[in-house]
Design a protein around this ligand. Structure first.
Ligand SMILES: Nc1ncnc2c1ncn2[C@@H]1O[C@H](COP(=O)(O)OP(=O)(O)O)[C@@H](O)[C@H]1O
Ligand SMILES: [Mg+2]
Length: 260
């Protein structure tokens, strides 16, 4: 069964410059599918286009997409907003700097019609925050990047989306915290059966998170295959280069503890 299905997606600037061409992907429920590629290859524009969040002057010009069998993009036209949420690279910037975490969560839950006693605390606990009341009393700048990313993930799952799009969610975090956040995303997906589109420039991170990955280069998918197959026998010359550059920066992740 397919949860997310995208075909023939193209994104252009108003000036007619092509940023993404003929993009296609499939995500099953509970599956994490990767999009990997160097900076500027069109990963973020692809992600934003699916949520109708493209910047001014950039738009979808063709493509079909559906989520859980419900079309939300047809002939390049947005039919509706899919039941999907997104997390970004810089969690601190995604939060309101002037409001305490608790107030931001309350506002979101009220907007979603899910406000209730203890709901915000429950949400924070579900993303591994051990002292939710203390965190709720803080402003984003008083918390670490890893803690803020947990809060952002809590906000992203508050809406009970069927798809989560994670765009370089650990890129600004140090290696231990990165491992914790990756584990949190993995466990969240497994318990909630949501699909994830996981965007990264880092093949090492992709290999930890995904079975299948789309390799993007200059706005196009060069290869959509199992990560294992890509590592053992990359079918595309660009993929080979990407693997070679990942091998030059070895790092150990995946053994983080579940604190902080
Ligand atoms: N607001 C914008 N208007 C026009 N072009 C943009 C805009 N933002 C990014 N781009 C261009 O779109 C291309 C793809 O960018 P992006 O999707 O952000 O790449 P990635 O996420 O893979 O690093 C790049 O060439 C970038 O310069
Ligand atoms: Mg990007």
């Amino acid at each position: 069964m397919t949860l997310l299905n995208v075909e023939g997606l193209a994104v252009d600037t108003r000036g007619g410059h092509s940023l993404v061409r003929d993009f296609a992907i499939e995500v099953a429920p509970g599956e994490v599918v990767g999009i990997v590629g160097e900076s500027g290859s069109g990963k973020t524009m692809t992600a934003l286009s699916l949520l109708g969040l493209l910047p001014e002057g950039v738009s979808v010009v063709s493509g079909e997409a559906s989520l859980a069998g419900m079309p939300f993009l047809r002939d390049g036209r947005v039919l509706r907003r899919p039941n999907a949420t997104m997390i970004f690279q810089n969690p601190t910037a995604a939060l309101n700097p002037t409001m305490r975490i608790g107030a931001q969560l309350d506002r979101l839950l009220a907007f979603l019609g899910k406000k209730g006693r203890g709901r915000a605390e429950e949400l924070l606990e579900s993303v591994g925050i051990g002292e939710p009341r203390a965190v709720m009393g803080r402003h984003p700048h008083q918390l670490s990047g890893g803690m803020n990313q947990r809060v952002v993930i809590a906000m992203a799952i508050a809406a009970e989306p069927s798809l989560l799009i994670a765009d370089e969610p650990t890129t600004g975090l140090d290696v231990t915290v990165q491992a914790q956040i990756l584990e949190l995303i993995r466990s969240t997906v497994a318990t909630r059966e949501i699909g994830v589109l996981f965007v990264s420039h880092d093949m090492g991170v992709i290999a930890q998170m995904c079975r299948r990955v789309a390799v993007m280069y200059q706005g196009e998918v060069r290869e959509f295959a199992d990560v294992d197959d890509i590592f053992h026998a990359p079918g595309d010359s660009y993929t080979k280069e990407l693997l070679a550059s990942a091998a030059e920066q070895p790092r150990k992740v995946g053994d983080g503890t579940r604190t902080g």
